[in-house]
Ligand binder design. Sequence first.
Ligand SMILES: N[C@@H](CCC(=O)N[C@@H](CS)C(=O)NCC(=O)O)C(=O)O
Length: 226
Amino acid sequence: MKLYDLALADAEVRPSPFCWLAKFALLHKGVSFETAPLRFAEKENYPDPEHGKLPILEVGDETICDSAAIIAWLEKNVQESPFLETDAERAAADFYQAWTFANVFPHLGRLIMLRIWVAAHDDDKEYFRASREQRFGMTLEEFANAPGARGDLEKALQTLAAPLARRKFLGGETPNLSDYMVFSPFMWQRSVVLEELYDAPQAVDAWRERMLDLFDGYARKAKSAG
Ligand SMILES: N[C@@H](CCC(=O)N[C@@H](CS)C(=O)NCC(=O)O)C(=O)O
């Protein structure tokens, strides 16, 4: 299996939270895979230039676009190590994903977006700035300097501390899809900065360390531009 993975100027630095979600899904299933770096603007080299986004998984002749489709494909075709076992776990994962989109991505994005631009390849910088400024309706500098991002993120992480104070993972004794969904944006952060940008509750911090250690430290070993 080959996973096309978004890369910055240093091809070993892989920032995309959706690609991280797909990598955790592949690792959880224990399947062997390689990753292939692609930069933001080299759409002509994407296996599906029409889709224009990563991750994309190639399995033989099959091309699977979108992290949710990759997860569904793996759950269907690889029976071992299910991502979620009960409907209650599936409901929790839906909740954690929605919570992460509403409470982590927007605030964390403000703290790291300029750093991603700095670490992007020179050939990607113009595309990255233009596409993000159109999406946010403001310059990258205005987006990054908006007040409150740090405080809003810290408040959100207080909520995440509640389930994590009582168990090792959101999945219980072992991680499940909820853990990968919530943790992936922290790998987006880690790809460009290693220093602390905000205070996280102890339970969240300890969980992040456990997530970095999974699969022989796959995430901990990942290269950072920071
Ligand atoms: N819904 C998609 C979202 C994928 C996505 O937005 N990927 C971003 C990287 S995080 C991307 O490929 N961006 C390329 C671009 O902006 O041109 C998924 O879950 O796979």
